[in-house]
Design a protein around this ligand. Structure first.
Ligand SMILES: Nc1ncnc2c1ncn2[C@@H]1O[C@H](COP(=O)(O)OP(=O)(O)OP(=O)(O)O)[C@@H](O)[C@H]1O
Ligand SMILES: [Mg+2]
Length: 147
């Protein structure tokens, strides 16, 4: 196993969406994508970019109260959008949601570090960091394990 880190600077919401759109092209059918970053970092914006690639952008909202939203694509496959911000830990995730989703489609998990201990090795971590100087700039680091 080897860790690959890719680092990007996105100077606007549009640039972040474009990065996410291109990132989505490389996703496999049971990939898990974790989005970390403080409130307002741009996690949901990144999800919207992924969703644009899969033609479901207009349906995306944050699953703040439901924990997970499911989207069905034209080919019958699924995308699961989680927001685990309100969960205490992975035990609560297991009792309220379960890990069965992870094998059934592409999973995208906002605040995924909260349940990091139960996430598979194949999980891709996207970390979004605000810039101290520029309000519209983000540093985005994409980290994945490859064999
Ligand atoms: N380069 C950028 N990339 C992404 N968002 C940006 C950028 N510059 C400014 N923004 C703004 O930052 C905000 C990001 O909001 P978003 O809802 O995606 O954050 P979030 O990380 O999902 O927050 P929360 O934890 O509350 O769900 C948006 O208002 C967006 O317009
Ligand atoms: Mg969000």
């Amino acid at each position: 196993m080897e860790t690959i880190n890719e680092e990007y600077i996105c100077k606007s919401e549009t640039e972040t969406k474009k990065l996410a759109y291109n990132f989505a092209k490389r996703l496999n059918k049971d990939d898990i994508v974790v989005l970390n970053g403080e409130l307002g970092a741009g996690k949901t914006i990144f999800v919207q970019g992924i969703a644009a690639y899969f033609n479901i952008e207009n349906q995306i909202s944050s699953p703040t109260f439901t924990i997970v939203n499911e989207y069905t694509l034209n080919d019958g496959s699924s995308i699961y959008h989680f927001d685990v911000y309100r969960l205490e830990d992975s035990n609560e995730f297991i009792s309220k949601v379960g890990t069965e989703y992870f094998d059934q489609g592409i999973s995208i998990i906002e605040w995924g570090d909260i349940i990091k201990d139960i996430l598979p090795k194949r999980t891709i971590y996207v970390n979004i960091e605000k810039d101290n100087l520029d309000f519209n700039t983000r540093k985005i680091v994409i980290k994945r394990e490859v064999v």
